[in-house]
Design a protein around this ligand. Structure first.
Ligand code: F0G
Length: 459
């Protein structure tokens, strides 16, 4: 019999989970205006809101915390991190920021202006937010297969080259300051981009002289999928694959809270001296001096170590196998999920799960609330509420996919936690026909409404 896979670590410290009752959770979620972001963490038993900044650091990362150099300028922790990033990615310039969206803010301040177009594969909401905030437009060129949860495609994060070329051909090129490739593509369901597609996108960008940047939050998970799904990469190390991926780009923004396995941090890395110099000015204004950019020295040390661990095959295998264990159990129970499973999360297909609830009453949000009430599990809506309103018409935007994301933090939960989540969903699925009404919006912010929206239960 083949030995099962095991996590390549053992546990040195534990954190208690506070248990709660159904009645308590009904009361808390009402008090929270039916917005899961408003719950306190002790009201949640298994927190799958995000895999961002919620992972467990290793003993070696904690050792780096003690070694942190807190000098304002030129700290050894900065040098350590810069060397790690340059070694991993090949990009010579490196600017730390306090998180991923801060990296976007600095880079886009240097590159994006009003009326510009920024093509890419389903931009993440902060990326889109920073583009739209500058009165520019994010153009989604993802392949059509990404929007059908039942179709199998090994690289659903891929860009449709025809769609991309069409945008580049039919617009003045000075209106397109960059193309952004998000690896893995969070909005499309944590789906990877193949090396072949990266090469093709880079070739098109080169032909039109448009720079290519990566939104790299989950670059290591993307490399894992290339190694395990794409011909010709089985014998390459994750670090070799990562190096090749980035060799086709001009730069990257990074949310280190994901594949850096730290609780806070981010950076920009790039090749172009002129863009670097522009970014430096904005970084100093928004983030801090260029050798810390919003991070403590100790955090930069922990990130350097985390980037090394996150690009080890054994770590990635156990992480992604854990996510897929949950996905597989849900499939066995007949629960509709996005396939193939994403790298960092399992996505429930709310359109198929609760078709009796009208789309105007927020299907995915309704399902996420039910999961919380039933079992104390916090996921997040990736659907109509997140998609926000059209900036011009102010109408709700109804995305093709209406999902609940169950994001799995790195090295934090065990397989029995995954089993608990799977069984909770099985039970909800069996009684899904009873769910007929959803929620209406009582109050919302003009942009990024999902974080603070207040809802009312419809009966
Ligand atoms: N890009 C991607 C693909 C992301 O998933 C995120 C964050 C960001 C950029 C922004 O990074 O949070 O460090 O400012 N995603 C989190 C999530 C919030 O839950 O998926 P940040």
């Amino acid at each position: 019999m083949q030995l099962p896979f095991i996590e390549p670590y053992k546990i040195k410290m534990v954190e208690s989970i506070k248990r709660s009752t159904l009645e308590e959770r009904k009361h808390w979620i009402k008090e929270a205006h039916y917005n899961l972001f408003n719950l306190t963490s002790d009201q949640v038993m298994i927190d799958l809101l995000t895999d961002s900044g919620t992972g467990a650091m290793s003993d070696k990362q904690w050792a780096e915390i003690m070694l942190g150099d807190e000098s304002y300028a030129g700290s050894s922790s900065f040098v350590k991190l810069k060397d790690r990033v340059t070694n991993l990615t090949g990009f010579p310039y490196f600017i730390p920021t306090h998180q991923g969206r801060a990296a976007e803010n600095v880079l886009f301040s240097a590159l994006v202006k009003a009326n510009d177009l920024v093509p890419g594969n389903s931009h993440f909401d902060t990326t889109k937010g920073h583009i739209e905030f500058r009165k520019a437009t994010a153009v989604d060129c993802t392949i059509d297969e990404a929007f059908d949860t039942s179709v199998y495609h090994p690289f659903k994060g891929n860009v449709d080259i025809k769609k991309l070329e069409e945008v580049l051909r039919s617009n003045p090129i000075e209106k397109i300051p960059l193309v952004i490739l998000t690896v893995t593509c969070n909005t499309a369901g944590g789906q990877p981009v193949s090396m072949q597609n990266i090469r093709e996108v880079a070739a098109v960008c080169k032909r039109y002289k448009v720079p290519l940047y990566f939104d790299s939050a989950r670059f290591a998970e993307n490399a894992y999928f290339i190694k395990t799904r794409e011909d010709g990469f089985a014998n390459q190390s994750i670090k070799e694959i990562v190096k090749e991926m980035f060799s086709y780009g001009d730069g990257m923004t990074m949310s280190a809270k994901k594949d850096g396995i730290v609780n806070m941090g981010g950076f920009i890395a790039l090749r172009d001296t002129e863009v670097y110099q522009k970014c430096v000015t904005f970084n100093i204004m928004y983030e801090g001096f260029i050798t810390y950019g919003g991070m403590s020295g100790r955090d930069m040390g922990a990130l350097s170590q985390g980037l090394d661990e996150a690009t080890e095959f054994d770590f990635l295998e156990s992480r992604i196998q854990q996510v897929h264990y949950l996905g597989q159990r849900l499939v066995e129970f007949g629960v509709p999920v996005q396939q193939p499973f994403g790298g960092h999360a399992i996505y429930l297909d709310a359109n198929k799960f609760v078709p009796n609830i009208s789309p105007e009453e927020f299907r995915a949000q309704s399902l996420a609330i039910e999961l919380y009430i039933t079992a104390g599990i916090r996921g997040v809506e990736v659907g109509t509420i997140l998609a926000d309103r059209d900036p011009i018409t102010r109408n709700n935007r109804y995305p093709k996919l209406e999902l609940v994301r169950l994001a799995i933090p790195r090295r934090t939960y065990s397989l029995s936690h995954m089993e608990y989540v799977a069984v909770a969903l099985k039970n909800i699925y069996e009684t899904r026909h009873e769910a007929k009404r959803g929620y209406s919006i009582k109050w919302e912010a003009p942009i990024m409404r999902h974080f603070t929206v207040q809802l009312e239960k419809l009966v």
